[in-house]
Design a protein around this ligand. Structure first.
Ligand code: OOG
Ligand code: MG
Length: 255
């Protein structure tokens, strides 16, 4: 087995058994191409077990997230069907290593979208937008990683929850949002924190995924990235996002 496949297996096992592993590249020596090859191989293992690819997530698209995690490059990850959490349903805490949650905006596409597209072209491919929560769960001890580490670990992807879909032909460039845990507001922000406009995140997703030979497909979801720092999740908690005009999304963490 090649070293990339071995690392992919290590990280995939860490995710399936909810058990942390040591950083694979603490000094950040791997190239980004090598790190993405590991990511691809680890998601391939999920697909081989019967999961489907359902979209893409963007990471570090806000200053808040870059500062919180000490990383300053936009990254992307692959979403699979096993990561989708139905809105309002319970998620078992035992499925995670040390989960965090962050407020995002989600797109669903009505058309494929690939390569160097303008924001106008990107919008024309969007079927709908929705408030969303991402559950991130780094497979590395203490949630600490270098840039290649987190890329290899599928950008900490673990779960995502999407609220009701809305018409994208409205101004969603600066929608106020709050994230609450057990009814208490823990983060306040705006969709403008996502690269100044969440559409820019979709433009980046179209470019990066096409460059990797996996262009965005009709029906795929694109998670635009956290608008605020992430918060730790504990068993028994209920988490929700409320977004101006677009509404809410939430889930409950089961003991
Ligand atoms: C990496 C994933 C970043 C986002 O929305 O910025 C991310 C992490 O913070 O563990 O999902
Ligand atoms: Mg995220």
């Amino acid at each position: 087995m090649s070293q990339a496949l071995e690392i992919a297996q290590l990280l995939d096992n860490a995710a399936s058994h909810a058990k942390a592993v040591q950083q694979i590249d603490p000094m950040g020596e791997l190239s980004l191409a090598e790190a993405y090859a590991i990511q691809s191989a680890s998601v391939q293992r999920r697909v081989a077990r019967g999961e489907r690819r359902v979209g893409v997530k963007m990471g570090f698209t806000s200053r808040a997230k870059m500062v919180q995690m000490g990383v300053d490059d936009v990254i992307w990850g692959r979403l699979s069907s096993g990561m989708q959490v139905e809105e309002g349903t319970p998620v078992k805490f035992a499925r995670f290593v040390h989960p965090r949650v962050e407020p995002e905006l989600a797109f669903v596409l009505k058309k494929a979208l690939a390569g160097d597209v303008t924001a106008v072209e990107a919008l024309a491919a969007v079927e709908a937008v929705a408030p969303a929560l991402e559950i991130i769960d780094s497979r590395y001890q203490d949630f600490k990683f270098s840039l290649p580490d987190v890329i290899a670990d599928n950008a900490s992807s673990s779960g995502f929850v999407i609220g009701a879909w809305s018409d994208p032909h409205q101004d969603f460039s600066n929608l106020g949002l709050t994230m609450s845990i057990d009814g208490r507001v823990v983060q306040v922000g705006s969709t403008a924190a996502i690269l100044g406009h969440p559409l820019r995140s979709l433009v980046a997703a179209a470019r990066l995924s096409a460059a990797a030979g996996e262009p965005l497909q009709a029906g795929w979801v694109v998670m635009a990235g956290g608008a605020t720092p992430a918060e730790w999740i504990k068993p028994g908690q209920s988490i929700s996002i409320e977004m101006e005009r677009l509404g809410t999304a939430g889930f409950h963490v089961e003991e």
